[in-house]
Design a protein around this ligand. Structure first.
Ligand code: WT7
Length: 649
């Protein structure tokens, strides 16, 4: 942590949507009278029937209920497309940059976006998709992914995107979990010069689903796929003959826009449900203010649409604001570590938003790949997904931003829909490693982790909670409102509990210290340790498994698995590889353990509870502070685990 501050330049502040005085004034107003504030800012989007009621929210366990603009009606796709047609129909909405640097980029105007979205919406309709139905997307980062999201929004269907790195099993669970009518995928997803066979993954998943589920296939690479007549549909062929007119469905503000599955500390991933009205207002407003987006700017968020960052800051926020948004199919290091910067130069990117893990990975290649390119178009840099270490922050600031671009370290979650803690670049002096201050209308509090009491002193350390709602907040867990209440509102009564620990410094700045639950953050991807454990124990040779996070130089956190084998099974390198492969197929490549340590036994309390605190310390190579081990049933296992601990190679 560093306490060096970087104030915005006077030139930046003057031209920005908010300077310090504006931020302070608007923030004070937003807290003093949230309904007046959000009533006003809700008007930034177009309503079919304007709302008369702004918020109706309750954080009380047993009656948790979140409504914004509840009597208003709108259509999200019309807000992201149609309303721009008169003024910016020929402006580029989406710049698509393919995986291969030799393939041509595509510039899709708002008019073309309209046509494509309408055509695809009509294809969905022709397959029987109607308002309220769920559609699963399992897509590469190609324009059709954006069309599919917006086509769902246009007809009132609820999309659920499954990141293309997830396995067939994970895909099947999500198709079944949301009772989707249709899956849209592509033949193959090219990334870093290699093609992932998405369609054959979808085929494998669909074996476990209702046979009425249709499979729409975008023939993207033209790679060979098997074809199931009557179930599989060639999307491009259908779009070519579908009508280019499709009237947007009138939706209630509280109708769900999408479901996105995310990992928690227990059980299977939960379907986070986001609304239409409040979500769009919040995504659009944060996009404008946090990135200081101005008309004509080219905005690039490097996330995948499979994560919430892609939903809010590649698609909904930027398009609601009439922006030009970049969609990149590839990876930062292909064909070499200069690719991000080549794209920034090529498309004259103005705001660039990525994750600390990507910054660290690129930093390891030195400055030359950055210095090769003209980055003078860049005005602002952003990060998201995990705490950024000051070394990475400084490199981003000095080498990429040449000391001229404010850095916004944005803290938020799948659940929050948009940024909650973030600098505003024309207003907030930044400190490397701090997500700084709350966005408008956000009321963070630091609670003492054990007593649950609010710490009122400015300097505080504890768990991060929020006192009141904001329009972008998730509304429920799909199909399980009780789980929603239990997960977020039961540990600290009356508050939304984020799952993160934090420190507030003397200036009131927030420093996120990481998750306080059994969720780990691997390369900015969220993983429940319980999920990886249940994948491991599903293997025939595994008796027991415990998974913890450990500090990883590039990924932020790595996955450390302690595995106890069935009696009589030999711990071999081959079995270790087999287990790694097993987890990849059960969940996906992102869940592959970095380290598997054979554990003849696991440290347990006398009542049989695994003491993860100790396992975490061993994985972190920090035995000095193992704490009290006297309650262990067999303290000897700890020494055994320490002596056989495995170092990251
Ligand atoms: C968790 C949410 C929302 C976008 C991507 C991740 C961690 C997120 C930051 C940040 C420190 C951060 C938190 C949070 N996190 N942004 N700027 N500084 N930590 O979304 O998968 O829902 O994960 O990511 O631990 O709880 P997600």
């Amino acid at each position: 942590m560093s306490d060096k501050t970087y104030a915005p330049s006077a030139a930046f502040s003057v031209a920005a949507h908010a300077d310090k005085a504006t931020y302070e004034k608007m923030y004070a107003e937003s807290i003093a009278d949230p309904d007046a504030f959000w009533g006003e800012h809700g008007k930034r989007i177009d309503w079919i029937k304007p709302y008369t009621e702004v918020s109706n929210t309750n954080f009380e366990l047993g009656s948790v209920n979140i409504n914004w603009y509840a009597d208003g009606t709108l259509n999200v796709a019309a807000n992201c497309i149609d309303r721009h047609l008169a003024t910016r129909g020929d402006q580029t909405a989406i710049i698509f940059e393919p995986d291969s640097p030799d393939a041509p980029a595509q510039h899709i105007t708002y008019k073309q976006l309209h046509e494509n979205v309408c055509r695809l919406a009509n294809v969905f309709k022709s397959q029987g998709v109607t308002k309220g139905d769920r559609v699963v997307l399992y897509m590469p980062m190609i324009p059709e992914a954006a069309y599919a999201m917006l086509a769902c929004a246009r007809i009132g269907a609820v999309h659920s995107i499954v990141f293309a790195g997830f396995s067939p099993d994970a895909l099947a669970n999500r198709i079944n979990g949301s009772a989707a009518k249709l899956v849209i995928t592509a033949d193959e997803a090219p990334r870093g010069g290699r093609n992932t066979a998405l369609k054959s993954n979808a085929d494998a998943a669909l074996l476990h689903c209702n046979d009425k589920v249709k499979c729409l296939v975008v023939k993207h690479t033209g790679g060979q796929t098997t074809w199931t007549e009557g179930r599989d549909i060639d999307v491009k062929a259908e779009m070519a003959t579908a009508s280019a007119d499709c009237a947007p469905e009138e939706m209630n503000a509280e109708d769900p826009l999408f479901v996105l599955y995310t990992s928690g500390s227990t059980g299977q991933p939960k379907g986070v449900v986001h609304s239409s009205g409040g979500y769009l207002v919040y995504a659009a407003m944060t996009h404008q203010y946090t990135f200081d987006y101005h008309d004509g700017d080219v905005f690039w968020c490097t996330a995948d649409v499979g994560w919430v960052t892609g939903h809010s800051y590649i698609i909904y926020g930027p398009l609601a604001n009439g922006a030009t948004t970049v969609m990149f199919e590839g990876v930062p290091t292909y064909p070499d570590a200069g690719r991000f910067w080549a794209i920034c130069e090529k498309h004259k990117v103005n705001q660039f938003y990525t994750a600390p893990t990507a910054i660290r990975a690129l930093m390891a290649h030195g400055n030359a790949p950055v210095e090769k390119y003209d980055l003078s178009s860049l005005k602002l840099l952003g990060t998201v997904g995990e705490p950024i270490n000051p070394e990475a922050w400084n490199w981003y600031n000095d080498v990429v931003g040449k000391g001229k671009c404010p850095i916004v370290d944005t803290w938020w979650q799948t659940e929050t829909g948009g940024h909650l803690l973030t600098p505003l670049p024309g207003a907030t002096a930044t400190k490397p490693g701090s997500a700084t201050l709350p966005f408008f209308g956000i009321a963070p509090v630091v609670l003492d982790a054990t007593s649950g009491e609010e710490i009122h002193e400015t300097e505080a350390e504890g768990v991060l909670c929020f006192k009141t709602s904001w329009p972008g907040q998730m509304r429920t867990v799909f199909g399980d409102h009780e789980r929603f209440e239990k997960t977020y509102f039961s540990d600290y009564k009356g508050y939304y509990f984020a799952g993160d620990g934090c420190r507030r410094d003397a200036d009131g700045y927030y420093w996120i210290t990481g998750r306080v639950d059994d969720v780990i953050n691997v390369s900015g991807h969220r993983m429940g340790t319980a999920e990886v454990e249940s994948a491991l124990v599903a293997h025939a040779h595994v008796a027991e498994a415990a998974v913890v996070g450990f500090p990883h130089p590039i990924k932020g956190q790595g996955i450390y698995a302690y595995v106890t084998l069935m009696n009589g099974i030999e711990p071999t390198d081959e079995l270790r590889k087999d287990l790694e492969k097993w987890v990849r197929t059960e969940i996906g490549p992102i869940a592959k353990p970095d380290i598997i340590q054979w554990a003849p036994g696991l440290p347990k309390t006398r009542s049989g509870k695994i003491m993860r605190r100790i396992l975490r310390k061993i994985a972190e190579d920090d035995y000095g502070s193992l704490g009290d081990t006297s309650t262990l049933a067999d303290p000897g296992v700890v020494d055994e685990l320490i002596s056989t601990r495995i170092e990251l190679k």
